[in-house]
Each structure stands twice: as structure tokens, then as C-alpha cells.
Design a protein around this ligand. Structure first.
Ligand SMILES: [Fe+2]
Length: 324
């Protein structure tokens, strides 16, 4: 018996089925909150057994935390090959499934190992592949309507905000794929520390159903918790770009100072953070309105009215430019 949350890292069973016949580590399943058992030994052939567990409804298996970093390193190489090698996904559905599973191991990696090089490399790879997906399905509406049932809500929002930020950035003279990559990565990592329940409460805040001061401290402080978690230096350099960290720190601020955790007014919000905030507000309203395009103009007017100062004004202009 062991505490599964502390000593082990979870891996989606589907991901393991795809990547390995002989798996170089012991594999475990979780029976209850504090009970975990070994189901295979190092280098066992595990595919058939995993498929059997999957058919019984098991969605995740576990590996020892110490071995997870090595797993991530192998996965990153395999992940890259999966996209560019002969076995690359034949459909967007398959590619999206891989990206979502990649995202879930990145999340687990940051939570359990912190900013370890293997996690950062995998996060960058997942970001790159997300951007490739965006090129394959350039229409946000089509992406949302096709995949909303297949993706977890937090992952879907991260993708949609990444999409929108990236398209907004194209309207600035300083745009580049490197900047877009930073915006997409921030959109995918900004809520890293939140549980599912906390994420639901956050969405209620977005919709104006919960006051800022009533937010749970974990939610109120998550922009700083995640930013601090990611702001690690190695050899004098940041492993995650400072612009990504700053977007995350500011991603729930609002131009009138009603956001959190700092309650900054518009003058302190950087342009990249303003782009993320405007993109996220737009996406939230579009989701609330089931991406009904007839409501788009009203939504854009609401956004323009709310985000009309400093860098927010520039971000709004870029959002409007997407539709002209
Ligand atoms: Fe957030």
C-alpha cells in the first residue's frame, strides 16, 4: 500500500498502449485513494493487459515518480516521431487525442516533478503539436463544434484561447511564430495547479457568478502559484520564457482592477497578457452562447466596451481585425 498521489505519476492508459510494447518500468493501477498495486514488471509485454484493463473502464495507470522523468524523455522523442514518422496520425482526431494525452502528462509532470527539463521539453513539444493542429483545422468554430464532446473542458479552453491569441498576434507588426508559441503555451499552462472542482469555480467567476473576494485561496492565488512553479532557472537561463510566466501571472487581471490576484489596473498589464485576457473572455462568451455566430457581433461589442484602455484597446483591435 502507498499513497498514489505522492509517490506515483499517472499516465493515460491509451497513451501507453500506443507507445510501448515492452515497457521499461513497473506499472501500477490505483484501487482506491491510498491503495496502488503493481500489475507488471519492468520490460513485460503489457499491451494486451492494458487493453484488458481499458475494456474494464480503467483510464490511467501509474509509474514510480522517479521513473516518470525518464518516461517523459522517451515519450517526447516518441511523440515527435509519432507526428513526423511513418506512423504519424492519419486523422485530426488521432492527432488531437495524442496532444490531449501529451498535455495531461505535462500537467502531471509539473505537479509531481516541478520544472524538470523533461517536463519542459514535453510541454514545448505539446505546444508545437497544438499549433500544427490549429493549422490543420484553422476554423475555431469548426474545431469547437467537432471536438467539444471529445476533449476535457480545460484542455478545450486552452486550445481555443491559444487559437484566438495566435490569430490576434498576427495583426501586430512584431508577430512571429516564436511569440505565438509563447501565447499558446501560456494558454495551456495557466491553470495547471487547479483541480477539476476549482476549475469549475473559476468558470463561475468568469461568468460573474462568484465574486473575486469569495474565491477559494487556491483559486485566487493560482496565477502566482503556477507562475512561481514555472519560474525556474537552470544555468542562469529561464527554462520557461519570462513572457509565458508573465501572461500566467496576469491572466485573470481586468482593466478596471476587479481581477485577481493583484487587482492591477490596465496600465500594468502587458500587451501579451492583455491579448490572453481578451481572447479568454471572448472564448468564454462564445462558449456560453454555443458559438452561435449570430451573437458574435453583440459579443464583440461587449468585449470592446469592457476592454477599452491601454494594451487592452490594442488587443481588442486585433480581435476585431480577425473578423474583418
Ligand atoms: Fe486561470
Amino acid at each position: 500500500m502507498a499513497n498514489a498521489d505522492v509517490s506515483y505519476c499517472k499516465i493515460p492508459i491509451k497513451l501507453l498502449v500506443k507507445y510501448n510494447k515492452k515497457f521499461p518500468f513497473d506499472v501500477y493501477i490505483r484501487l482506491s485513494v491510498d491503495k496502488i498495486i503493481k500489475i507488471s514488471k519492468e520490460n513485460d509485454e503489457i499491451t494486451d493487459m492494458l487493453l484488458k484493463y481499458e475494456s474494464k473502464g480503467v483510464q490511467e495507470v501509474y509509474v514510480n515518480k522517479m521513473e516518470f522523468a525518464i518516461f517523459l524523455k522517451n515519450l517526447k522523442e516518441s511523440f515527435t516521431n509519432k507526428f513526423f514518422g511513418p506512423g504519424k496520425p492519419k486523422t485530426v482526431d488521432e492527432a488531437l487525442e495524442l496532444v490531449e494525452q501529451g498535455h495531461s502528462v505535462v500537467r502531471e509532470g509539473f505537479a509531481k516533478l516541478g520544472v524538470h527539463e523533461s517536463v519542459v521539453d514535453m510541454a514545448k513539444e505539446v505546444t508545437r503539436q497544438s499549433m500544427e493542429l490549429m493549422k490543420k483545422v484553422p476554423n475555431i468554430l469548426e474545431f469547437y463544434t467537432t471536438y467539444k464532446e471529445k476533449c476535457a473542458p480545460a484542455f478545450m479552453r486552452g486550445m481555443l484561447v491559444g487559437y484566438t491569441s495566435s490569430a490576434m498576434i498576427e495583426h501586430f507588426s512584431w508577430q512571429s511564430s516564436v511569440v505565438k508559441q509563447k501565447a499558446v503555451m501560456a494558454a495551456q499552462l495557466c491553470d495547471l495547479s487547479l483541480s477539476l472542482d476549482e476549475y469549475q469555480e473559476l468558470l463561475m467567476w468568469e461568468r460573474g457568478e462568484v465574486e473575486t473576494k469569495k474565491l477559494d485561496p487556491n483559486i485566487f492565488n493560482h496565477p502566482l502559484i503556477v507562475a512561481d512553479m514555472l519560474a525556474v532557472e537552470s544555468g542562469g537561463a529561464n527554462l520557461i520564457a519570462p513572457e509565458v510566466i508573465n501572461i500566467i501571472k496576469q491572466h485573470h487581471e481586468r482593466p478596471d482592477g476587479t481581477g485577481f490576484p493583484k487587482g492591477f489596473s490596465h496600465a500594468k498589464i502587458t500587451l501579451l497578457a492583455a491579448i490572453n485576457i481578451v481572447a479568454a473572455s471572448f472564448i468564454e462568451l462564445m462558449i456560453e452562447n454555443h458559438f452561435n455566430l449570430e451573437k458574435k457581433d453583440r459579443i464583440l461589442s461587449m468585449i470592446q466596451l469592457k476592454y477599452n484602455k491601454g494594451n487592452f484597446k490594442k488587443a481588442c483591435e486585433a480581435l476585431m481585425a480577425m473578423f474583418t
